[in-house]
Structures are given as C-alpha cells and as structure tokens.
Design a protein around this ligand. Structure first.
Ligand SMILES: *Cc1c(COP(=O)(O)O)cnc(C)c1O
Length: 487
C-alpha cells in the first residue's frame, strides 16, 4: 500500500478549482436566501458533531474542506443577509459590496500603512471623503474605518480623552491615566451598551458617568443635560445618540450642541451607528440638524449601508487629537510616504482594507441610491407598523420616526393594562415567529415592557416581504391565542 500524503500542499493551479467551487457555493446560498427558513434550524450539539473532532494530522484537499464546510454549516446559518431578517439592526450585503469584499480578501493588502497597499489606501481615502459628504460631516474631518460602531465610538472617545487632557497639560497616551486630571463623562440613560464598553476599555469607567434621564421615546432630555453640565466644573465628555436602538429616536442634537459648545472644556461625541444615515435623505436630515458641530461621530457601514461584516466608521473634527489617540511611531515602520497610513486613524495595526466594500457600494448606489435605500427602509417600517397596529392584540410602543418599530402583544380578551400577561404573550409571539421561519425579529425590553423589535435596514426588502412578514407575525398571534399547535 502506498503511504498516504503527509499533508496536502496546494499548487497555484488548484486555487482556481477551489475558488470556482466557493463562488458556486456562494451563489447557491444566495439563490436560496429568500426561500430558506430565516432562523437557524440546527442546534449547537448537532453543529459541533458535524464540524468537530480532532485536528486531522494529514489534512484534506482544499476542495473537500470547502464542500464539507458549506454542507456542515448550512442548517446553522441565519438568513441575515436576506430580505426578511429584521432582528437587531443588522443589514445585508449589497452585491457590489460583497463582490468588493471577495476581492479585498483576494488582494490581501495590509492597510496599516500606505506602504502595505497604495491602491487600496487611496480607495479608502476616497470612500472616507464620500462618507463625510453623505453624512453631512465637515469635509475637513479626519476618519478611520473600524471593525464596527463600537470601535468607532472607542476611537472618537479616545480622541476626546486626548484633547481634554492635553488642554490640562497631560499627555494621556504617554503618561496613562494614573494621576491624570479627571474627566467627567455624561451619557444619556439610553446610550447603547457599546458606549459603556468603550468607556470601560478607555479607563474612563463604565459606571463613573453622569447619566442624564431620557424622555418617553428614549431621547436624552436637554434640560437635564444643561443642569448636569452646570454642576460639572472640570473637562466634560458628552456622548449623544443619533438613533436609539429600540425606538430610532434622536437626542435633540442641536440643543445639545449649543449646551456643549457654550463651554470650552467639553467634547461632544455622537453615536449614530445607524442613525447618522438619516443625513443621506432630505426627508430625515432634520433629525441630524446640528450634528455637524460635534467633535466626533461614529457610525456603521455593515448596518444600513449594507456592506458585509465588518465595517464601522469614525470621523473627528480635530484631526490632531484623533491621530494622537490612535497613532504610534516606531523606527522600523515606513511612515514617511507622506500619504495616509491606516494606523493613524483606527485602533488596529495590521488590518484588512475594509473600506473597499464601502467604496464599491457608494459608487454603485450613488447619492440618490443611498437616499432611496434609507427612505425605502423607513417606508417599510411605517408600513409594517401600520398593518400590525390594525390588529386588536397589537400596541406600537414608539413613534416610528425612522426604521425601528417596537411592537407589544396582549392576549385577546385580556386587558391591555395587564402587563404580566402582555409580557408573557409578547415573548411567546416572538419565540413562535422565530420558529415559524418566515421572518426573524428580536425581542427587547423597553421601559420595563417586553416588546418585539422590527428593524428594516436591508436593501433587498420589498413591500411583499414586509406584507408576508406581518402576515406571519399575525398568524402566530392568532394561533397562540387559539391555543393551536404550531405548524
Ligand atoms: C449597533 C450599534 C452600536 C454598536 O455597533 P457595532 O457595529 O455592533 O459595534 C452602537 N450604537 C448603536 C446605536 C447601535 O445601533
């Protein structure tokens, strides 16, 4: 018997076989995206048994690995990129962005430095400029592509931390925070959890904050902010929100800007992971009024812009502080190109050229296409809210100002004020809808009440998808109300 190979060393020719195979598998997945159940059907145990086992000693041919991988993960995949996934705030992938992402991996450039990929560095430079333009931010702002909004928030707050401490003569990047003058941090009571995480990472403490109460829609209350700012004597870092993850509501940004700008020892960061995109539509841009006067902004491209994971974006009015907070110089780095080096603008060193899919989708959609994308999603959210609200079991909890809808269900025949019954029924409806598979929505707790959260941020969702999803949700409500089994 011949000896088995010690391992499989691919030849360059084999790359074409396995890549063609991968593109066929990808196309097959995309073809079935609309028809497959939106949620995963496999559980962790069956996935583990299909995918696990010991590390093979001899390895397997790449074609075999790829075929089996695609087969073995299939039942555990979620149709997140599909038109009826409304969970969290997720977004799909526009074809131009997906194709650009494939090529980005193929080109395999390292955008930590301009020297690590001149062409793609320029692509990112152009894409960043387009982003500032679309989002209504100053064209002189610095920017960076991050893994997501969380790291964009991190970078924006880090720049603020630098600027505020530098004014007191403290170099936080060199000296750290021990012994530094204090910074007071002010956040709204409904700031996204990732703002707390960024504060945690930056040594500012996620609980060492002044929390400003919010109103019935989750907007930071400007009067409370003004009162809070009056009490604070030292440097202040204020985090406002454009787009509450539950309601879609915007903090009153122009009033906040005025309050913060009235002192010279304050930094205003705006978290607009999805909300910043309101600026791309004249219909919604009013929500963003004043936002351009903040100091830093964070948003996502992998949500509403529909690029594949992962891609966030940070912009900063104060380029020097942004660069000081992110950058390092080292003798062995070639940072003398005079061009833009990625390491200066984000919290990473080696990194993929994740701005390339952004460039592709922005070119494919153009200004009008992005505007349409935003408006279409908001129209669909309003359409779903309207149809759901017509059912006697349904209460819409929020003012639908953007793409987010909060839905609460009461069991038929039970008083809507019976909160315990409505909480339970709402959770049952969500679980039943998730199992039904027509669409997928997540649950949330909003001001103490259980709710279903609808988020419309996918370029491919149509009126028919919205209608089919509402039908499925109401069918689940009826079935539960009648005590009928699922199926
Ligand atoms: C999604 C979201 C974030 C976090 O973004 P990631 O891309 O998950 O890091 C922060 N803030 C808001 C309002 C969000 O919706």
């Amino acid at each position: 018997m011949p000896n088995p190979p010690r391992y499989h060393s691919p030849t360059p020719n084999q790359a074409s076989t396995v890549l063609l195979q991968a593109s066929e598998l990808a196309l097959r997945f995309l073809d079935r995206l609309d028809a497959r159940p939106v949620g995963a059907t496999a559980d962790a145990a069956s996935l583990r048994s299909a995918l696990g086992g010991g590390l093979p000693a001899a390895g397997e041919p790449s074609e075999v690995v790829i075929t089996r991988l695609a087969r073995d993960v299939d039942d555990g995949l979620i149709a997140m990129a599909g038109p009826r996934y409304f969970g969290f705030v997720i977004g799909g992938h526009h074809p131009a962005a997906l194709a650009a992402d494939w090529l980005t991996s193929t080109w395999d450039q390292n955008l930590g430095l301009y020297a690590g990929g001149p062409a793609l560095s320029i692509v990112e430079e152009v894409a960043g400029g387009w982003m500032l333009d679309l989002l209504g931010l100053p064209s002189s702002a610095s920017f960076g592509f991050t893994t997501g909004a969380m790291m964009a928030i991190f970078a924006g707050i880090a720049a603020g931390r630098h600027a505020l401490l530098a004014r007191s003569g403290w170099d936080v990047e060199r000296q750290g925070l021990y012994g530094a003058p204090g910074i007071d941090v002010v956040v709204g009571a409904e700031a996204h959890a990732t703002v707390q995480l960024a504060l945690q990472y930056l040594g500012l403490g996620r609980e060492r904050v002044n929390t400003v109460p919010t109103d019935g829609q989750g907007r930071l209350r400007a009067d409370e902010l003004a009162a809070s700012l009056q009490e604070l004597r030292g440097p202040v870092l204020v985090c406002a929100q454009a787009g509450n993850v539950n309601t879609g509501a915007f903090d009153p940004l122009s009033v906040i800007v005025q309050a913060v700008r009235s002192r010279d020892d304050a930094w205003l960061h705006i978290d607009g992971a999805f909300g910043l995109w309101a600026a791309a539509s004249p219909r919604f841009a009013g929500l963003m009024a004043g936002a351009e006067q903040a100091d830093s902004w964070a948003t996502d491209a992998h949500k509403w812009l529909n690029v594949p994971y992962d891609c966030g974006f940070v912009a900063c009015a104060d380029r020097k502080s942004h660069q000081a907070a992110m950058s390092i110089t080292a003798a062995y780095l070639v940072q003398d190109s005079g061009e833009r080096d990625g390491v200066d603008w984000g919290p990473e060193f080696s990194r993929r050229a994740r701005g390339v899919p952004v460039y592709a989708v922005l070119r494919a959609l153009g200004r009008n296409g992005v505007r349409d994308l935003v408006e279409r999603c908001c129209d669909l959210a309003a359409r779903m809210a309207r149809q759901l609200a017509a059912h006697p079991s349904v209460t819409i909890l929020n003012d639908v100002v953007l793409d987010q809808v909060l839905v609460r269900f009461s069991p038929p025949g039970v008083d809507r004020d019976n909160a315990t019954a409505a909480d339970r029924f709402t959770r049952e409806v969500i679980a039943t809808v998730q199992r039904d598979g027509t669409c997928w929505l997540s649950g949330t707790t909003w001001h103490g009440q259980a709710a279903m959260r609808v988020s419309v941020v996918n370029w491919s969702t149509t009126d028919a998808d919205a209608d089919r999803s509402v039908e499925a949700i109401l069918r689940c409500v009826e079935r539960l109300a009648a005590g009928l089994p699922e199926g």
